[in-house]
Design a protein around this ligand. Structure first.
Ligand SMILES: *Cc1c(COP(=O)(O)O)cnc(C)c1O
Length: 353
């Protein structure tokens, strides 16, 4: 606490990102990054963008990138908004497209940034408990609200909703923005992008940080009705007109165009996820059915905090999200098959001690 902090800053409860320690031989399974590198075409495009033109500001509308996204997802370019990571896109959506006349709704177990944005923007909110199987029940989101955010697949559980459920949700709240955060959608869920043509209240948010292996680049985007996109642009141009550098715009567009790379990487992750889930079940773990590049696991005889500490002693970090309802669970990012083998070996070792 500093006397220079104003009341707004003093009252904040910032998000705590997963650690990025600099330790040799570390197996990092805590922040859901891809174990494979980005598309080589994206890297080439970024190298090519490193030239004298960097003295110029980037295109504030990121026209080429928006058109590339529009083409890939078969929507009009004015249905696309891009930002500095989907975190920024989500922040603008919370800021500009949610009403503060009623509490916003999101699940009690979901992306930890949602309540943080509400705190930053003085947005009232209410969390809706997942059901006993750790799933979202759409009917729980029928009441009066200021808007809704759903991560699909859900953050920290990995469980996905069907497109029918999302359409039902959009119909339940025709006068409120429904944000579908699809950070993990490429790992096995169905994208709601197609539904944005039918429902003008649906905003789909995606990121290049997970399935496209570009967490270090900071690019995310939203797809929705042009009125929603215009609202986001108004917020952006009242905050930072140039959120994406020339390098980021070039790399992101090339990455989006490389569908084959995406397909290959996500296929490998899905295979490793199924293998790892099987191996962990053999060790007595309960594993939630994940459509993401992580799994949420629980062991009836081992405390999650202990397991996490013992893994850390073996230079393996997983995420122990010390939040209600999943305190006894560990979130493990999916790496390569070799990394899975190292994790399983460490778990055998821990049980033997
Ligand atoms: C990782 C993640 C994000 C943030 O992605 P960035 O584009 O890296 O900001 C957003 N939502 C969820 C659910 C995530 O897991």
């Amino acid at each position: 606490m500093s006397r220079f902090w104003n009341r707004r800053v003093a009252a904040l409860h910032p998000y705590i990102p997963g650690e990025q320690p600099n330790v040799a031989d570390l197996l990092k399974l805590n922040t859901n990054e891809l174990p494979y590198g980005p598309s080589p075409r994206a890297l080439d495009a970024m190298r090519a963008a490193c030239d004298d033109t960097l003295r110029l500001y980037p295109d504030p509308t990121a026209k080429h990138l928006c058109e590339t996204i529009a083409k890939t997802y078969d929507v009009a370019p004015d249905c696309v908004f891009v930002g500095n990571g989907s975190d920024e896109v989500l922040a603008h959506a919370f800021r500009g497209l949610i009403s503060d006349e009623a509490p916003m709704l999101f699940a009690d177990v979901s992306y930890g940034f949602y309540p943080v944005y509400c705190g930053l923007f003085d947005q009232p909110y209410r969390t809706i408990p997942l059901n006993g199987r750790y799933e979202i029940d759409i009917e729980d989101y029928a009441g009066e609200c200021g808007g809704i955010a759903i991560a699909n697949p859900n953050a920290n559980t990995g469980i996905a909703l069907s497109l029918d459920s999302i359409a039902r949700l959009a119909r339940l709240q025709p006068d409120r923005t429904v944000i579908i955060d699809e950070a993990y959608v490429d790992f096995g869920a169905e994208s709601a992008v197609g539904l944005t043509k039918e429902f003008n209240n649906l905003l789909v948010v995606q990121t290049l940080s997970k399935s496209r292996a570009l967490a270090g680049l900071r690019v995310g985007y939203a797809i929705g009705h042009p009125d929603l996109i215009e609202g986001l642009t108004r917020v952006k141009d009242s905050f930072n007109s140039y959120p994406l550098s020339r390098i980021a715009q070039a790399g992101a567009a090339a990455s989006i165009e490389d569908g084959a790379w995406l397909e290959q990487c996500t296929k490998a992750v899905k295979q490793t996820r199924e293998e790892l889930s099987r191996s962990l079940k053999e060790l007595g773990f309960q594993v939630l059915p994940s459509c993401a590049n992580f799994i949420l696991v629980h062991h009836p005889r081992h405390e999650a905090s202990n397991l996490s500490r013992q893994l850390r002693e073996r230079s393996i970090i997983v995420r122990h999200l010390n939040t209600p309802r999943i305190q006894d669970w560990l979130r493990i990012s999916i790496g390569t098959d070799a990394e899975s083998a190292r994790l399983i070996e460490a778990l055998h070792d821990i049980r033997a001690n």
